[in-house]
Design a protein around this ligand. Structure first.
Ligand SMILES: [Zn+2]
Length: 256
């Protein structure tokens, strides 16, 4: 890790650049986007990760982070707001080490080049043709390979795991693919309405298996974490290059 050469920049400059890039005001979200925990006023080393878990925070401390940028921050609508237990552990580590936490949820899914969904398109060779679902977060497009077995092999290699697959008709080619990272199983019907042959997301719930069988559209769940590993480092490395920061992505593996 080479952080000695980076000139520090103001935390404000980092927050402003992230805001300009991700435009969080365009989204109705489940928690606050942007600076969630304020640390030291100067930033040299930026760590990115998927979730502001204790393991990520501890790893970032060990790497000398001044700020952490994540997809899943600490605060969500519906929490009871008490700083006890796991919340105390995570917050106290950040505050003790004066590390800022920036979190971008839906804006980080949706950024047209750097977001989770755009990065999935890039890595799976999908060309984006349109969008669907809540706030147009889901994307659909065409794969380079319409053979389900070829597409699956490529996706397995990318995500490094076996998916949950519901494939009602193994002979049906996948000419139109819909995808949305993370817990987007509730977008399945919107994807079907967009005319997809298969929908790829992170998670599946009980109703989607039936919907897949009854509509003939395949459902692929490759893991919430596995499908959301690409947006945060893409955004953070873009910001680091723009601002002259050092950056590293720290992956905390997660079976979910
Ligand atoms: Zn998520």
């Amino acid at each position: 890790m080479a952080q000695a050469n980076a000139e520090p920049i103001g935390l404000d400059a980092l927050c402003q650049a992230a805001h300009a890039l991700l435009q969080p005001d365009r989204f109705k979200d489940y928690g606050p986007n942007g600076l969630q925990v304020e640390g030291k006023p100067q930033v040299r080393h930026l760590v990115s990760g998927v979730t502001a878990s204790l393991a990520l925070i501890d790893a970032a401390i060990a790497q000398g982070a001044d700020a952490i940028l994540v997809h899943h921050g600490l605060f969500w609508r519906g929490q009871d707001g008490r700083v006890t237990g796991w919340m105390k552990q995570r917050l106290s580590r950040l505050l003790a080490h004066d590390i800022s936490l920036l979190a971008y949820h839906l804006p980080l899914d949706a950024h047209p080049q750097l977001g989770n969904n755009a990065q999935l398109a890039l890595k799976l060779g999908l060309s984006v043709q349109g969008c669907f679902g809540e706030q147009d977060l889901g994307l659909w497009g065409t794969p380079t390979q319409t053979d389900p077995d070829v597409f699956m092999a490529q996706a397995r290699a990318l995500f490094g795991r076996e998916p949950v697959l519901v494939q009602p008709d193994p002979r049906r080619t996948w000419r139109r693919v819909g995808w949305c990272s993370g817990g987007a199983q509730s977008y399945f019907e919107a994807a079907i309405a967009a005319g997809v042959d298969v929908f790829l997301t992170g998670e599946i719930s009980e109703p989607q298996a039936h919907l897949a069988r009854e509509t003939g559209v395949s459902f692929l769940a490759f893991g919430h974490h596995a499908t959301e590993r690409y947006g945060a480092p893409a955004v953070a490395s873009h910001l680091a290059a723009q601002l002259g920061l050092t950056h590293q992505f720290i992956d905390i593996p997660n079976p979910a």
